[in-house]
Design a protein around this ligand. Structure first.
Ligand code: COA
Length: 158
């Protein structure tokens, strides 16, 4: 398995992985009317066209099975998705570690992640990797078109 920067040819695969992971993860704690924010394919396609370095992918034998996306500053992890068929094999941990390493190399002192309130799997995954809750907010999600609660998690980089 390799962690590498995404490329345009990965667009369909990262959208497929994102939708599948969203449905088993945060989507499973939201009303069924909520649709995966990346479902129309535009989100990752635009990123891969404009700023491919913002997407890291987990490539297993030429198949993209996971991705991590950061904000332009490289301080906030906005997306971390692994194909549910590959959960529990360490891909998510490897992607997060690679994201943290890249952030450290850019001089970032911390990483922040917003996780949907109630998504105990996502929250637990981050907590076990050194992230601590630093705040909570209720926001109107512009992709989901509904009010959602988010827990902000933070990890200070050494
Ligand atoms: C959270 C997520 C990225 C983890 O990806 P992953 O590749 O399964 O991660 P890992 O294999 O490194 O670790 C998964 C954990 O589940 C455990 N696990 C074992 N078998 C598992 C299985 N069949 N399914 C799920 N988890 C399993 C692992 O042991 C590990 O436990 P730990 O946190 O106590 O170490 C993935 O579940 C996902 O895409 N979830 C939806 C989105 C999300 O919640 N993102 C994170 C918040 S931003």
């Amino acid at each position: 398995m390799a962690i590498r920067e995404g490329r345009l040819a990965d667009a369909a695969a990262v959208t497929r992985v994102g939708v599948a992971a969203w449905e088993k993860g945060p989507g499973s704690v939201l009303p069924s009317s909520a649709r995966a924010p990346m479902a129309d394919g535009k989100m990752f396609d635009a990123l891969l066209r404009q700023t491919p370095g913002r997407i890291l992918v987990a490539d297993v034998g030429g198949h993209v099975l996971g991705l991590a996306v950061g904000d332009p500053e490289g301080e906030q992890l906005t997306d971390l998705w692994v194909d549910p068929r590959a959960w529990g094999r360490g891909l998510g941990s490897r992607l997060l570690a690679a994201f943290e390493q890249a952030a450290g190399e850019r001089g970032r002192k911390r990483i922040v992640i917003d996780v949907l309130e109630g998504d105990e799997r996502g929250l637990g995954f981050c907590r076990r990797r050194g992230y601590q809750a630093v705040g909570r907010s209720t926001v109107r999600d512009r992709d989901l078109h509904m009010m959602i609660g988010k827990i902000r998690l933070e990890k200070r980089l050494a």
